[in-house]
Design a protein around this ligand. Structure first.
Ligand code: HPA
Length: 272
């Protein structure tokens, strides 16, 4: 559980180390951490050195904050995130995003690996998240509200910024990338879904399923940050193909499309 008082402590520590506060923060999902190597003039801060900052134990998630420059913008890359399925309360899951917001970030880009529910998606395609469905069974804003962060009942009618989604389309066009758009549904995990659950999720309008992103997007909107979400469709969801799902497949696919994701992120950051 992270209390509100712990957020400014982490912010103060980072302010002491970082000269120019990042305006754009990028959370890197499973196997997507290599984006951080693309930043110029890098400062690497291990998660363990930031007060109260939680670290993930999941393979494919590193544990470092990299602050640097890309296309003249100050960018923070969060290589590694924590998930609710690791047993963390959602206030812990969104801690990093809140610290980034109070540090001065105005744009949050969330990336993840997700299972494709929409059978028209080719495996490995990058999907811009147009909206989400929260089936985590909780919400990071449950509990006492701190009015300094945001309102008690924040609007969620445009979680994923229309402006940033448009910029992602432009960046994809500029780089010759074919991207998809769709609805991301978050489930707690860590077991993958059953084929019956996937049929149900398709029926309620989901195109991709994962175990992250939604808490961070909600906390970011609560604070008034502009959010972009990009899923790498790392596998087809359960029951679509005749084989079982493996985390190794997720890692293989994200490794294959990492280059595309980096190109897309660069293109977005140039224009954001
Ligand atoms: N389901 C849930 N989460 C995921 C999947 C999946 O199929 N692939 C990557 N993350």
């Amino acid at each position: 559980m992270r209390s509100f008082a712990e957020i400014p402590e982490a912010v103060q520590r980072l302010k002491a180390e970082i000269r120019d506060a990042p305006r754009i923060a990028v959370v890197l999902g499973s196997g997507l951490g290599s984006f951080a190597d693309e930043l110029g003039d890098r400062l690497v801060i291990p998660y363990g050195s930031i007060p109260h900052w939680p670290a993930s134990a999941v393979i494919g998630h590193e544990g470092k904050l990299v602050v640097g420059t890309m296309a003249g913008r100050r960018v923070a890359a969060l290589s590694g995130r924590v998930h609710a399925y690791e047993g963390h309360p959602l206030s812990t899951v969104v801690f990093a995003v809140r610290v980034m917001g109070l540090l001065g970030a105005r744009v949050l880009i969330l990336t993840n690996a997700a299972g494709g529910i929409n059978t028209a998606f080719p495996q490995g395609v990058l999907m811009v998240i147009d909206d989400h469905i929260n089936l985590l069974g909780s919400n990071p804003l449950v509990g006492e509200n701190d009015d300094r962060l945001g309102p008690r009942f924040p609007d969620m009618s445009e979680v994923y910024s229309k402006r940033l989604r448009g910029i992602a389309d432009e960046a994809a066009r500029d780089h010759g990338l074919t991207i998809a758009h769709g609805i991301y549904v978050a489930l707690l995990g860590p077991s993958y879904e059953t084929p019956a659950e996937i049929r149900h999720l398709r029926g309620i309008g989901a195109d991709a399923v994962g175990m992250s992103t939604v808490p961070e997007a909600i906390a970011a909107r609560h604070m008034g940050l502009e959010v972009l979400g990009i899923s790498c469709i790392s596998n087809m969801a359960a029951g679509i193909l005749p084989q079982p799902l493996h985390h190794a497949e997720v890692m293989e696919t994200t490794a294959r499309v990492r280059g595309q994701l980096v190109a897309l992120l660069k293109g977005v950051i140039e224009k954001a």
